[in-house]
Design a protein around this ligand. Sequence first.
Ligand code: NDP
Length: 322
Amino acid sequence: MRAVQVRDHGGPEVLGIEEVDVPEPGPGEVRIEVAAAGVNFIDVYFRTGAYPAQLPLVPGVEAAGTVNAVGPDVTALSVGDRVAHALVPGAYAEQQVVAADRLVAVPDEIELETAAAVMLQGMTAHYLSNDAFPLGEGHTALVYAAAGGVGHLLVQLAARRGARVIGTASTDEKLDLARGFGADDVVAYTDVDIVDAVDELTGGEGVDVVYDSVGATTFDASLECLRPRGCLVLYGQSSGPVQPFDPQTLNRKGSLFLTRPSLAHYTSDRGELEQRAADVFGWIAAGELDVRIDRSLPLAEAAEAHRYLEGRSTRGKLLLVP
Ligand code: NDP
């Protein structure tokens, strides 16, 4: 079978496609024929070495597909089952071996490509809006990169929970998309000062929560945008990692809260994983969550996919289709 391999850390050019042996599922595992693999920023961090990983590696931590082999001791899954996962390495491949307890069933009414598009970013939007900071009516949330992969889903789920949403994006097209997904207000944060804009939009109050996926270039402003006792949910770093800072800053700016959450810790329990996936699939099936698949590229174009993501071009989800 074919799989993308990273033999040395580096730029997108290190994503080469190779013929490799078809992997066999061991005890507790199944093999899936990958219908689509999601492309995520975490794949970039493993490719560059920003996150530690052993080489060579097959990138990709999100996929949907059909079970085509079942290992010993697996009773819950059978050949032909439609399944999906997030955070299992090795997805940029025609086939992938996955622990059965990391897979969720994909309902018949959900296409496998759609499932692959929401396992990581959709469940992230779910835990961010439900649990990392449980949004409700009366809250105002600032969502960065509101037309991006997580962003376009988070805007919808925040609005669904009754919050007022201020979305940021860098182009007019993305700002229009963010508005279409339900942002009440949008800010061209590369052109105007986000702190001034939030100040004006909230009558000087500040927002209850900032969902910051951008990191290095936005962190300081994010703290400034919060009302006293507000919460900064720093969940990503698309512009680079945030520098170490003095916790006393949180006191000075109004007894603020800061969390740096990860999907892994919000789906570590099997019941929680199933519930988040079921909610997201249910909303899609009911036509209540709009999943925008921006581009689907062949596996052999993984390098182009990474250039596109890092080049700030994504408006919604990016997929690789073997
Ligand atoms: P996006 O599709 O949102 O793409 C990144 C966006 O960030 C860009 O489109 C751009 O939007 C904005 N951006 C701002 N500055 C830069 C820059 N210097 N380089 C590139 N992009 C920039 O990506 P994802 O939704 O997939 O992921 C966003 C972040 O969230 C990543 O860091 C990812 O690792 C993290 N993440 C964290 C999770 C968690 O559980 N903690 C789970 C999922 C993702 P614009 O042009 O509008 O500014």
